[in-house]
Design a binder for this molecule. Structure first.
Ligand code: 0O2
Length: 243
């Protein structure tokens, strides 16, 4: 008879080694640890608020388009804030010191928002409408749609700062917003899974397949855009992003 696997294995939050260290820690060490935990919670909380601010701005634009033009340029919006483990792992990878000020300065994607649009022209239109808002400060634009990465990756990344109003006053929070079409997102998600599965040692035929798929996705975007404009009866204007 086969043994029945438990549905959920409950893992202890702390390892036995950490628990042993905590049991032996003096009250000073424990209060230092508590202060550190609170500081990390406050640090990440600002990014959650920053993401909410950007998400609300995008929701308003989406709703306005829906109500006034009967057209939805945004397919979906997803948000995430890196975990502290993720933050420290990226800081180590980029050679950023492990203090919160250096991390705040050195990492731009602790808070991330991904906006999926139907068409390339929608990407540029929404970027323009978001970044021209008075309280948004654009720090950097990486236009991988105009200049795709060598592997075929296409998306438009905007690193911006948005104010969050805390009890002690406003604070600028950095958020990375990635804009892409459905076709670009489909490709990026498969490419990401492929690199994850092969631990970056991807066989050449799969790399070639992904390059081919990136070209097909770009071609699909162009065709859909052309058909869309024909159906709606107007010509797209050339996108320009300036910071
Ligand atoms: P995750 O888990 O998605 O956050 P950076 O390392 O961010 O400081 P970089 O690489 O110049 O510097 O930034 P870039 O090019 O703006 O890329 C940042 C993010 O864009 C990545 O975050 C990915 O989400 C996405 N991205 C960039 N290039 C590729 C690519 O070739 N394929 C795919 N699928 N996604 C890409 P992270 O931190 O790598 O990962």
């Amino acid at each position: 008879m086969t043994a029945v696997e438990p549905q959920h294995v409950v893992r202890p939050l702390l390892s036995a080694r950490t628990l042993e260290l905590l049991e032996r820690a003096d009250s000073g060490t424990l209060s230092d640890l508590t202060a550190l935990r609170d500081e990390i919670t406050r640090f990440l909380m600002r990014y959650r608020f920053g993401v909410s601010e950007v998400e609300t701005k995008l929701d308003i634009l989406r709703e306005e388009f829906n109500l006034t033009a009967g057209y939805n340029p945004i397919e979906s919006i997803s948000c995430r804030v890196k975990t502290m483990e993720g933050v420290l792992e990226k800081a180590a990878r980029k050679g950023v010191d492990f203090d919160l000020d250096s991390i705040r300065e050195g990492l731009s994607d602790i808070a991330g928002v991904r906006v999926i649009c139907s068409f390339v022209s929608d990407v540029y239109r929404i970027v323009e409408l978001l970044t021209s808002q008075d309280d948004i400060t654009v720090l950097e634009v990486k236009d991988y749609i105009a200049r795709p990465k060598p592997n075929g990756y296409r998306s438009l990344h905007v690193i911006l700062e948005v104010p969050v109003f805390l009890s002690g006053g406003p604070e600028q929070v950095r958020v990375e917003v990635q804009f892409r079409t459905i076709a670009m997102d489909f490709w990026a998600s498969l490419e990401h899974k492929t690199y994850y599965k092969y631990d970056a040692q991807v066989p050449q035929h799969l790399i070639d397949g992904l390059t081919e798929a990136a070209e097909a996705a770009a071609h699909l975007d162009e065709t859909m855009e052309r058909l869309h404009h024909e159906v709606r009866g107007y010509q797209p204007s050339a996108p320009t992003i300036a910071i």
